[in-house]
Design a protein around this ligand. Structure first.
Ligand code: PEP
Ligand code: MN
Length: 335
């Protein structure tokens, strides 16, 4: 249930009402807009007399929310959330490109890729240190050493870094990581979601391989319910009967998620298609669909990559793409 307070309501009156609902066992969340305060009630609201609440002097309007996600719901937070990663903003009209290799491999590799994607205009650097591989015999990532190399690349380029956590046991290694990624395979690892929900760090949450939009938003809700509201949603392709592409990019998820939620939405055309030449058209299509950014795999020597080389862009291909990204975002701003 959402209660829209009148702007004449005093803080004491709002606090008193909050206390009343809390004694009824509700959890209360506030959303503070420019001119309005929204009070979100989570819990069993069936016992609340909606007409009685609506008739209070300090209440403008009361709405019941049908969807099971509350904090992620746009009804509760009408304005776009802008996630601020040390000054690099994602959402609310700020389009960002996150680029880098699938995995961090060597100091030379990450350094070369980081410098190059930065020069091309990327806003954030990605690189996997803990890799969720289908085969236990495949390269599993450099782990702590990978994060250390990413931090060095951050130091020399100034780019904030995004990297995936697979187990909360490793959390100490993530202290200086700017954005923690929860990969598709962990989208419903609820214990992990709750733990990162207690951090004060942006979380990039990827859609599960076979997850519905509602399940995706419920996973974001797990993080937000613990207090961390800096969640970026990433559509990375879903499993369908199609085999020509690695996954099927659900571009319709972009406008749908943005309608249902206030969180920024980005797409990952690399994992969605698995085909480097499809990264460009899908990136431009994502801009047209209203995405807040893209995450693209880029490698300095794709044939030699230890993971996902076949879908990675070369440095010069990424540079060419960025020119089109700039033109396309500028064009859509004029519409
Ligand atoms: C990745 O981004 O490197 C990754 C493993 O992605 P996903 O979880 O979407 O498969
Ligand atoms: Mn990858």
């Amino acid at each position: 249930m959402i209660i829209i307070m009148k702007n004449t309501a005093s803080q004491e009156q709002i606090d008193a009402l909050k206390k009343e609902f809390e004694t009824m066992g509700m959890k209360i969340h506030f959303s503070q807009g420019m001119n309005t305060t929204l009070m979100g009630l989570v819990g069993d609201t069936t016992r609340i007399d909606i007409d009685k609440v609506a008739s209070l002097d300090i209440v403008e309007e009361v709405k019941r929310i049908q969807e099971p996600y509350k904090k992620a719901n746009r009804k509760f937070h009408p304005q776009d959330t802008v996630v601020d990663v040390n000054g690099v903003k994602i959402g609310g009209g700020n389009f960002q490109v996150i680029a880098g290799p699938c995995s961090v491999e060597t100091p030379e590799q990450i350094c070369e890729v980081a410098n190059s994607v930065k020069a091309s205009g990327a806003g954030l650097l990605r690189g996997g240190a803990f890799k969720p591989r289908t085969s236990p015999y495949a390269f599993q990532g450099l782990k702590g050493e990978g994060i250390r190399l990413l931090l060095e690349a951050k130091k020399c380029t100034g780019l904030p870094i995004v990297t995936e956590i697979m187990s909360y046991e490793d959390i100490d290694l993530f202290e200086d990581v700017d954005v923690i990624q929860i990969g598709a395979r962990n989208m419903q690892n609820f214990e992990l979601l709750k733990r990162v929900g207690r951090l004060n760090k942006p979380i990039l949450l990827k859609r599960g391989l076979s997850s519905t939009i509602e399940e995706f938003l419920m996973s974001a809700e797990y993080i937000m319910a613990e207090g961390n509201e800096n969640v970026i949603l990433c559509e990375r392709g879903i499993r369908t009967f199609e085999t020509k592409t690695r996954n099927t990019l659900d571009l319709s998820a972009v406008p749908l998620l943005k309608k249902l939620s206030h969180l920024p939405v980005i797409i990952d055309p690399s994992h969605a298609t698995g085909i480097p030449w499809m990264v460009e058209p899908m990136t431009l299509a994502a801009i047209a669909a209203g995405a807040d950014g893209v995450m693209i795999e880029v490698h300095n020597d794709p044939p030699k990559a230890l993971c996902d080389g076949a879908q990675s862009l070369r440095l010069n291909q990424f540079a060419d793409l960025m020119k089109k990204v700039e033109k396309t975002t500028a064009f859509f701003k004029t519409l």
